[in-house]
Design a protein around this ligand. Structure first.
Ligand code: PHE
Length: 377
């Protein structure tokens, strides 16, 4: 029995420390200590057949040997765990001090930012935001706005007419829809089409479908067939405003617009109305805003040196929008009962507000696609 145990001890001391991995170690553990057929287990099980005195010594020795084997296994297991961890650490090593790779992030176009701001300001005053199509019929863009054919006022808007068969677009059977718009049914068969020259046709489309009271703004792109320069482009953005109710006066208009400019430029500002002509309003006016750079003084702020203010060209005022009280002819065109309502309308250039707000010197930068410009927003 003694020899037997010695043999087992030698085998365990030889084999266990050489185990290559956990599987082999498990196998070895079973080989020596396994509950069914482990070498030591078999010995211990055989003890009962020995004479009493031998049984005691052999029992003690076998138990000691079990302790030895268990110790060997434990030691080896710790060793294996450590090498496993080492190899994982080696494989998964990374330099946490390395600078990260920056993700490219897009940003909103400055006009989009300002459009959203305008919408938010007017929404806070109870206006809703509506839209109309950029491809318009002559009727919505001109006739309904009291600008009849051959009227000299049409020259105020240099127009991109759409070239179609016979210079016109056929709308089937009078039930066709103006593309992308509010789905108004056209009455006659042929309509000249154009790229809208202002957002005012959205007033018409909205009034056809809604009765007063009305409080809307309509932001969108408009087109003019004209030469470009630093402040003119063939496409730009307007925000149309329309408020209609009973007993609306110019005083209401002034209050709304002053509030809008204050919130937009975050400053105390002044406005002034100059008489002007638009066929769809009466009276009509041009709205000037006290210059937001020089504060209306016409001189350059001290920080900009001694020359006059270049933003307002030393006048102290900035031309911001056309506006007026909605003309009775317009109410007539949309089928309202005459005399039942009054309202004001205005059209403000989004590009211009954006240029003022961010001190952008050239309108053509907006569509330049120049990332050096766009990345600043
Ligand atoms: N539609 C006019 C323009 O584009 C601006 C305007 C709108 C004027 C509403 C008066 C009332 O020039």
């Amino acid at each position: 029995m003694h020899d037997e145990l010695k043999k087992i001890e030698k085998a365990a001391c030889d084999e266990i420390p050489g185990a290559k991995n956990r599987d082999t170690l498990d196998d070895l553990k079973i080989k020596f200590l396994g509950r069914e057929r482990g070498a030591l287990t078999l010995i211990l099980r055989g003890l009962k057949n020995l004479p009493a005195p031998d049984r005691k010594t052999a029992g003690e020795e076998a138990n000691r040997l079990r302790g030895v084997v268990e110790e060997l296994v434990k030691k080896k297991l710790n060793e294996l765990k450590k090498t496993e961890l080492d190899s994982i650490l080696k494989k998964e090593w990374l330099d946490v001090t390395r600078p990260g790779v920056k993700k490219e992030r897009g940003s909103l176009h400055p006009i989009t930012r300002v459009r959203r701001e305008v919408e938010q300001i007017f929404c806070s005053m109870g206006f809703s935001v509506v839209e109309g199509p950029e491809v318009e019929t002559e009727w919505y863009n001109f006739d309904a706005l009291n600008i009849p054919k051959d009227h000299p006022a049409r020259d105020m808007w240099d127009t991109f007419w759409l070239k179609t068969e016979r210079g016109m677009w056929k709308v089937e059977g009078g039930t066709g829809k103006v593309f992308g718009g509010t789905g108004h049914t056209l009455r006659s068969t042929f309509h000249n089409l154009l790229l809208r020259t202002h957002t005012s046709p959205v007033q018409i489309r909205y009034m056809q479908k809604h009765n007063p009271p009305i409080r809307i703004i309509a932001p969108g792109r408009v087109y003019r067939y004209e030469a470009t320069d630093a402040s003119h482009d063939i496409q730009f953005y307007q925000v149309e405003g329309l408020l209609i109710d009973k007993n609306i006066s110019i005083a209401n208009f002034k209050a709304v617009i002053l509030e809008f400019f204050k919130k937009m430029f975050l400053k105390e500002v002044k406005i002034r109305l100059r008489p002007s002509y638009f066929p769809f309003v009466e009276p009509g006016f041009e709205v000037d805003l006290s210059c937001i750079v020089c504060g209306g003084k016409g001189r350059a702020p001290r920080s900009l040196g001694e020359g006059g203010c270049s933003v307002c060209k030393k006048t102290g005022w900035l031309e911001m929008m056309g506006a007026g009280m909605v003309h009775p002819k317009v109410f007539e065109a949309v089928g309202y009962v005459p005399g039942n309502q009054q309202g004001f309308a205005f059209g403000v250039g989004l590009d211009r507000i954006t240029m003022m707000k961010y001190k952008i010197p050239n309108i053509r930068l907006f569509h330049s696609g120049d990332l050096r410009f766009l990345k600043q927003f």
